[in-house]
Design a protein around this ligand. Structure first.
Ligand SMILES: Cc1cc2nc3c(=O)[nH]c(=O)nc-3n(C[C@H](O)[C@H](O)[C@H](O)COP(=O)(O)O)c2cc1C
Length: 169
């Protein structure tokens, strides 16, 4: 098999979600399991998440820090705030590790027929206040999870050439 897995080649980030689609709690659990099994420096697993499915009180609290900034995400089946632990001597690795965990989570979502769009445009300080996240942790992105809205379509999926990925050789 010399082709990229369709889980990766078929992935795209919708900017609009079906507001009637309901995500099962077992699907959320699967996504958290996928994050849990991501590699990390010294196996520190320096990640944590705030997860809400539409209809749950935590979802409404997540919406509060998104509203007015990324309104397209409101009504997605689930919202997930991704946070990394900044305490310690190697914070850059922690941020790197969180990215890996979120990649695992996103591809697991794809494998379950779902889509994810991450976004950094939300009220970061508001998220800290809302969920009592101290300075030893840093919120990074929110993931909107679900099924694309009928009008949502892949855009901006251009990429650098493979040759550009190896500039020193
Ligand atoms: C760290 C990060 C921050 C992002 N922030 C936003 C954002 O604030 N708003 C948005 O609409 N998309 C955001 N995105 C989504 C990217 O724009 C999107 O992944 C990129 O254009 C490639 O599209 P694709 O995921 O469909 O391949 C973000 C993605 C990442 C990984």
């Amino acid at each position: 098999m010399n082709e990229m897995t369709p889980l990766l080649s078929g992935r795209w980030s919708p900017r609009g979600f079906d507001q009637t689609h309901v995500l099962g709690s077992e699907q959320v659990e699967c996504m958290l399991q996928a994050a849990r099994w991501a590699p990390s420096a010294m196996n520190r697993q320096p990640w944590a998440f705030v997860v809400g499915r539409r209809g749950e009180p935590v979802y409404e609290r997540l919406e509060k820090v998104i509203r007015g900034v990324s309104d397209w995400a409101l009504g997605a089946s689930a919202l997930v705030l991704a946070v990394y632990r900044t305490e310690g001597s190697e914070p850059d690795y922690a941020l790197y590790d969180l990215g890996g965990a979120v990649a695992h989570m996103s591809i697991q979502a794809e494998a379950m027929g779902l889509h994810v769009r991450q976004f950094a445009s939300y009220d970061h300080e508001g998220a800290r206040t809302e969920f009592g996240i101290g300075r030893d942790w840093t919120p990074v992105t929110v993931l909107a999870v679900g099924i694309p809205a009928p009008e949502a379509a892949p855009v901006g999926r251009e990429r650098k050439a493979v040759a550009d990925l190896t500039p020193w050789q």
